[in-house]
Design a protein around this ligand. Sequence first.
Ligand code: CVU
Ligand code: MN
Length: 597
Amino acid sequence: MERYQIGNRLQGSMPKIGIRPVIDGRRGGIRESLEDVTMNMAKTVAAFLSENLKHSNGLDVECVVADTCIGGVAEAAQAEEKFARAGVGVTITVTPSWCYPTETMDTDPHRPKAIWGFNGTERPGAVYLAAALAAHNQKGLPAFSIYGKDVQDMGDGSIPEDVQAKLLQFAKAGLAVATIRGKSYLSMGSVSMGIAGCIVDETFFQDYLGMRNEYVDMSEFIRRMERGIYDHDEYEKALKWTKENCRPGRDVNPPNLKRTDEQKEQDWETVVKMTLIARDMMIGNPKLAEMGYGEEALGRNALAAGFQGQRAWTDHFPNGDFMEAILTSSFDWNGIREPFMLATENDTLNGITMLLGHLLTDAAQIFADVRTYWSPDAVKRVTGHELAGRAANGIIHLINSGPAALDGTGRQTKNGQPAMKPFWEITDDEVKACLEATQWCPAVDFFRGGGYSTDFTTREGMPVTMARINLIKGLGPVLQLAEGYTVELPDDVHAKLDERSNPTWPTTWFVPNLTGQGAFKDVYSVMNNWGSNHAALSYGHIGDRLITLASMLRIPVCMHNVSEERVFRPSAWTAFGVLEPVGADYRACANFGPLYR
Ligand SMILES: C[C@H](O)[C@@H](O)[C@@H](O)C(=O)CO
Ligand SMILES: [Mn+2]
């Protein structure tokens, strides 16, 4: 399959990382003795980050190093000018020596910032680090502190492992912040069935994310379908691919609700067209300009979107399940590509959670309803089966009402284990396996207009993180997350439980990692403390990355199961109380306020 990149269709280039070598400005010996070692530190960090990070659209991450070491404000301003021109969205300041904090610091309030103060003793780099952090905190410009655990020698040009980990965690989250800024969230339709997460809170988008909100009525799909405003060649190709690769599943509808073969045939055509149209509305399509639709060709610069579907659309037209499943997957008829972030039911808050997860993992995200907590006793009662192994303490049934990214089948692998990978690592065979593990079932009675739901069961053994942003009046957004694993049940047990919900929808059986405390006392408590009907599921244990990103956006984390040593937040958070980190996070976020306000 071809591998292709979609991100460059969005306006603006990818944010870069600015590296700032700061130095003691005293000439006549001191500065001169430090020039090379400081500049080399900057170059080493730049090379390390470029080698180890990619943007989610597959482009390399570029670093921009200041032209000179920064010994005072004039050089700080020169670096700033270079960074602004280059589109730097994140900065990392590095030094092995003492420097003059307020005279050399990056004062841009919107850029996530980190400082790596070399742990050496020949020159006081760590003294600078502490003074610089104090200056940032005093000035209300939170910065991340990177201080290696072990003393290094002055000439040591290596980056210790603990420093590497912090650089990556900071940079990936910082790039996410910068990537989101200025992009749009596109609501296709409005509020689905009274779900509050669908209500667009523009203040949240604008103040916390720096995003714009765009809206389009679902009637736009009808207009484009009836007037043929889509790439007709691509449509033929897409329909053919769909017929060849998307296995039909069983029709579980009672005879009176079954759609005729003719209707089903037409439904396939409609859902394929909807997929093309939704994508075009998000990111535009130059082909439309050739057809005379210049305005439509531009799209909405949407990095994330949502489709209301229920009920205004689905009561009459085929549902959006195929469209949502294919767009959120890492491949389609054109090849292997970055997944789109498209929220079911236009749950904007879940859409944004997916976007954060995507920018931190580069991989597809699973949108899910948080449907059922099955205790060991309840499973035993209903199926006679004794839950065992990872599932022994109970399981949570994650099952979206129709679609989910096909990556969620767990048919990609990393070191032999199921995974959801960045599109550039996915092989043709893995695409095939995802497609083979999926069946497309005629939609059930909820969807009077037909359509095709995605039926699969996620393979077990995949480390995943379930997350969700909620809005609380008077408080603002909060993030909750649970790291855990996917599990599978014996076929007959799965079938019994799945039949009780909806056998045509995608299932992920999830078991959170328990800590024995609070919301992670047991599996039931995780379910019971979930703040809404939906969650986004990311590959890997990325709770630490989400926490770092949330702190940059000033979104407090109300519930997580990440151990203390993995939590990395700006140094100012300490000042809000080290003994009680959750409360400190709330106070720090409230104190600094949303990033763009
Ligand atoms: C089909 C139903 O209306 C579902 O869509 C509904 O249960 C939900 O998904 C609510 O999040
Ligand atoms: Mn739902």
